[in-house]
Design a protein around this ligand. Structure first.
Ligand code: SAM
Length: 243
């Protein structure tokens, strides 16, 4: 089945870059929550183009190449250009059936795409080493990005409350902790509007070009006489341990 990310794979790294400061914040939030150690085998499920898989593995000084598991063939093809990654073109449910062992698993901005989550949690519980950890990086339902109203509603509709996922993980046998991290920054309006036009998040996919242009005007009017928009990134980090 066609995946929204198939269409934006080539441009994904450019349109999702935000700023160097943002990337550092995201990288550090993941490293801190995963407690990634050089000896760890890392798996990044829904790893996209592998940009964060690579960023965090380099910063942690991983001795083993990390897996980037990605169901969109065009996204996986971009990831495969990086020889430091082991890329598997499959989805979370297919990967959860594998006979494989690892120490840390990352699901960054992916959990809302997974169809049969309990099957994934069961599979990951079996695959993770005894002191292994899974980290889900996601956002609260009320997004603080400078979205137009209809886009905010679409995001709210598509996103579940983090407690739902935490409860599912507890049921699968994990010890669960929910952590939060926030990063605020200003982004140039042309950069932000280009991200909206490129439908950088899948919630924007159903909007027509006319909807997007009307939405951009709405956002522009909210910040008159300014060349930037304020972006508030609020991460919800769901940490799930086997012990
Ligand atoms: C918002 S992107 C995040 C990519 C990457 N984690 C990052 O942060 O750069 C969501 C990714 O999840 C992938 N995805 C969609 N459905 C999936 C599924 N059922 N299992 C695993 N990944 C999935 C998409 O193809 C896409 O690459």
């Amino acid at each position: 089945m066609k995946n929204h990310f198939d269409d934006i794979a080539e441009d994904y790294n450019d349109i999702w870059a935000f700023t160097p400061g943002y990337q550092e914040f995201m990288r550090n939030a993941i490293l801190e929550a995963l407690v990634l150690q050089p000896n760890d085998q890392l798996v990044d499920v829904g790893g996209g183009t592998g940009s964060y898989t690579y960023l965090i593995s380099q910063q942690a000084g991983l001795l083993n190449k990390p897996y980037c598991v990605e169901p969109s063939a065009p996204m996986a093809a971009v990831a495969a250009q990086n020889r430091q990654l082991k890329v598997c073109c499959e989805d979370a449910n297919q990967f959860a059936l594998r006979d494989i062992r690892y120490d840390k698993l990352l699901l960054k901005e992916v959990v809302h795409h997974i169809k049969d989550r309990p099957a994934v949690w069961q599979g990951v519980f079996k695959q993770l080493n005894d002191v292994g950890r899974m980290l889900i990086v996601t956002r609260p339902r009320k997004l603080n990005f400078p979205f137009f109203d209809a886009a905010k509603q679409a995001f709210y509709h598509n996103q579940a409350d983090a407690n739902i996922w935490a409860d599912e993980l507890s049921l699968a046998g994990f010890n669960v902790d929910i952590q939060y991290a926030t990063y605020e920054f200003e982004l140039d309006k042309p950069v932000w509007f280009n991200m909206l036009r490129n439908r950088f998040m899948s919630d924007l996919a159903p909007f027509s070009d006319a909807d997007i242009e009307a939405g951009i005007l709405q956002v522009d009017r909210q910040y008159p006489k300014r060349s930037t928009v304020p972006v508030v990134e609020q991460l919800v980090l769901i940490v799930a341990d086997k012990k």
